[in-house]
Design a protein around this ligand. Structure first.
Ligand SMILES: [Zn+2]
Length: 525
């Protein structure tokens, strides 16, 4: 009989996490009696029961140990499973599949499994296209000073991976439970383009909404001559902007105090900013108001992102956007301008770092003056040369979004556990790249990427460190995951040896988060 169990069962309220030794011992007793391999950190005591996650083969199950009289009639409480008597002091064990119903039931017992707004805490968005990466993300977050936004997924990604917002949410939740992470997390409905996108994500409980009005950016305004700009101003959506051009000019007439410096918007700046981003502001307001009504009083936070537009967001344009959104009553927690230089997928920053630093510093000044709000770095993975600058200048006011790099780490794990599969995927990715690159901002060339066929098994992982091979593998994820020859073996390889994947993620994200400062708490707290 395990000594910890009786204590756990005494507790109706959520008990403190077990210390590592106790958790390991109880996990081994629970493993023996359930036939599952129990994750020690998942063990959670409350409701006079012990909840845990375990795996058998590649299937995971939720286990609940309880007495027959608690609750009367055993454990539904919304849980669906099968109960059996155990050798654990005569207590019963209910085993439940990781279904959406059981996920919802578990959320109703443990509030730490429900995503929540994180406010102005420095944060990292850890997108997970596979639904397997959350435990690895948590391990890296635990050692960092970042607050995690875990279920981060765009509608485009969902279309490519065949997942729904609810599945994304549930996969992240099971990962949080597996790792016993109780410090809270956000859930990012990323790159929402229309109100229908908002509705499906709100229904799944997302808390962080990234509005992407980049389709409404008028890139032509960047270089258009005066008469063309004037025509654009006349055609601006003034009714939706609840203002006119005269009033707009008067609002920006005085120099704007940005703390360290002040900025005088000249007539040309304002003309261009209004022509380029007027429709963006109008669309964002429309989306915000829709979101507000759908959320119906439930807390949420909003990010506004124009990172996926062709032309750089200038300081004047950032000021215009922030001032106008504020005037129209929009509240936002972060904003993603299109920064100077190139943020290509899965590779380091391409461009002049001192130029980036200078412009980022000014964007920070705007974010502090009109917010404060966080500056968001989209396509933020692998931008190792940018992190020290962003951390130093923005301090807490930064949100770092990553997504595809978790898929690349999955490939790194597959290169280790199933080299043959990795070779096939990388050959296929080379074929698909010319087609799949169309909707991405990448510049890799197939001819410049090393071929897996020329590498030994031990060398395969070096492809994940090559600029060209990385981008090729990055943008072809949808084609790989939807390919009948790859889909099942891909997931089977990762599930079969999940520690390899978790460790790759922890190391990789550890490198991302380190420049932003270490955890002030001891590991395991
Ligand atoms: Zn983005």
């Amino acid at each position: 009989m395990n000594a910890t169990l009786p204590n756990c069962l005494k507790s109706y309220e959520l008990a403190d996490p077990l210390v590592e030794d106790e958790a390991a011992q109880l996990a081994s007793a629970l493993s023996d009696s359930s036939g599952l391999q129990v994750y020690p950190r998942s063990i959670t005591c409350a409701r006079n029961a012990v909840f845990f996650l375990g795996r058998r083969g590649s299937d995971k199950s939720l286990g609940i140990v309880h007495s027959d009289s608690n609750p009367p009639g055993g454990f539904p409480l919304g849980f669906h499973g099968s109960s059996q008597k155990t050798d654990l002091d005569g207590h019963s064990l209910t085993l439940c599949e990781t279904t959406p119903e059981n996920a919802a039931a578990l959320r109703s017992v443990f509030s730490f499994l429900v995503p929540r707004p994180l406010g102005l805490k420095k944060s990292a968005g850890c997108g997970d296209r596979l639904g397997l990466a959350t435990p690895g993300h948590i391990r890296a977050v635990r050692r960092s000073s970042m607050a995690p936004i875990l279920a981060q997924q765009s509608i485009r990604e969902n279309a490519r991976t065949g997942r729904t917002p609810q599945q994304v949410m549930d996969d992240a939740m099971w990962g949080v439970f597996e790792e016993g992470w109780r410090d809270g997390f956000g859930a990012d409905a990323d790159h929402l383009k229309n109100t229908a996108d908002i509705d499906s994500c709100a229904a799944a409980g997302f808390t962080f909404y990234t509005i992407d009005p980049s389709e409404h950016v008028d890139n032509e305004a960047n270089t258009a001559p005066f008469d063309v700009l004037k025509a654009k101003i006349e055609a601006a959506p003034w009714a939706e902007l609840e203002t006119g051009w005269m009033d707009t000019q008067s609002r920006f007439f005085n120099p704007i105090d940005l703390g360290e410096f002040s900025f005088k918007m000249d007539a040309g700046d304002l003309l261009r900013a209004t022509a380029k981003y007027g429709r963006v502001v109008a669309h964002t307001v429309r989306m915000y108001r829709h979101l507000e009504s759908v959320m119906n009083g439930k807390p949420f936070e909003l990010e506004m992102s124009v990172d996926e537009s062709e032309t750089v967001t200038t300081l004047a344009e950032h000021i215009y956007i922030a001032n106008e959104l504020k005037r129209l009553g929009v509240k936002w927690v972060s904003l993603a301008p299109r920064y100077v230089g190139d943020f290509e997928k899965g590779v380091d920053y391409i461009g002049d770092l001192s130029e980036f630093e200078k412009s980022f510093e000014r964007h920070v000044a705007v974010a502090k003056t009109f917010g404060p709000y966080k500056l968001s770095l989209h396509s933020g993975s692998d931008k190792f040369s940018v992190y020290p600058i962003a951390s130093r200048l923005a301090g807490e006011l930064v949100h770092l979004k990553t997504a595809g790099t978790s898929y690349l780490e999955a490939l790194r794990a597959i290169a280790q556990v199933d080299p043959k599969l990795f070779r096939e995927i990388s050959a296929f990715a080379r074929e698909r790249y010319p087609i799949d690159r169309a909707s991405y901002h990448v510049s890799a060339e197939v001819d410049k990427a090393p071929e897996a066929g020329r590498l030994s098994d031990d060398e395969l992982m070096t492809l994940l460190d090559d600029f060209h091979a990385r981008e090729i593998l990055h943008v072809t994820f949808g084609s790989v995951l939807n390919h009948p020859d790859f889909r099942e073996p891909f997931f089977a390889a990762l599930r079969g040896d999940e520690e390899v994947y978790y460790q790759a993620l922890e190391a990789h994200f550890g490198k991302h988060f380190a420049p932003f400062g270490e955890s002030s708490k001891a590991v395991g707290d």
